[in-house]
Design a protein around this ligand. Structure first.
Ligand code: GRF
Length: 203
């Protein structure tokens, strides 16, 4: 089965997917990595792994719609069974979401539905929460609002600063994203209407 991964930056989640694939734990092949930032380190990770690395600089498109149209074309050329947003920092148009609804996953650095949007670690620290974490969810038209497939929680310690909380959460991201991708590609995880089905059971 074929996976296309969308990134914008470092690509540590992409790296986790590449390593899962190399250890036959992913259940599919990453056939392309697409970034809206031409200088994204993740593109180099893709090239080093022999994966087709495509830069699609969003600033070269005059609108969100034309960029998304070009992105759809690049993705569909690779005929994916699954699209994974791994640190892809663009808001997608409804047209794009509908095109891949049910076969597009995102990794978000919070325990959704808490802390949708940006700066999740800073907001969690500011609120003094004792627990934080990350979520893999299906992408729907609601930003960071799609049905959640898998989460991992971390305890927030009193001496946690922004960087080490981010590191603690990212370490868990790198564990749960490959697992959720594998479950999806094995047909164990599906989006059924507005909820998740796991092993045929509606959750
Ligand atoms: C991840 O922490 C992800 O949760 C957030 O952006 C970060 C991307 O990191 N959306 P990387 O590019 O995967 O290293």
């Amino acid at each position: 089965r074929r996976i296309v991964v969308l990134i914008s930056g470092t690509g540590s989640n992409l790296q986790a997917l590449i390593e899962a694939q190399e250890h036959d734990r992913l259940g599919g092949e990453i056939v392309a990595v697409v970034s809206n930032q031409a200088d994204a380190q993740g593109l180099k990770r893709a090239r080093d792994a022999g994966i087709d690395a495509v830069a699609l600089p969003h600033r070269e498109y005059e609108s969100r719609e034309t960029f998304d149209g070009a992105l759809i074309k690049v993705i569909e050329r690779h005929e994916p069974d699954l699209v994974v947003l791994a640190g892809f920092m663009r808001i997608l148009t409804p047209r794009f979401v509908q095109r891949f609804l049910g076969r597009m996953l995102n990794i978000h650095p919070s325990l959704l539905p808490a802390y949708q949007g940006l700066h999740t670690h800073a907001r969690a620290l500011e609120d003094g929460v004792s627990e934080h974490g990350c979520s893999v969810h299906f992408v729907t038209e609601e930003l960071d609002g799609g049905p959640v497939a898998l989460q991992a929680a971390v305890r927030v310690d009193a001496d946690d600063g922004l960087e080490n909380l981010k590191d603690k959460v990212q370490a868990r991201e790198h564990l749960i994203l490959p697992i959720a991708v594998n479950w999806f590609l094995e047909g164990r995880l599906q989006l059924t209407g507005d909820h998740i089905t796991m092993d045929g059971i509606s959750l």
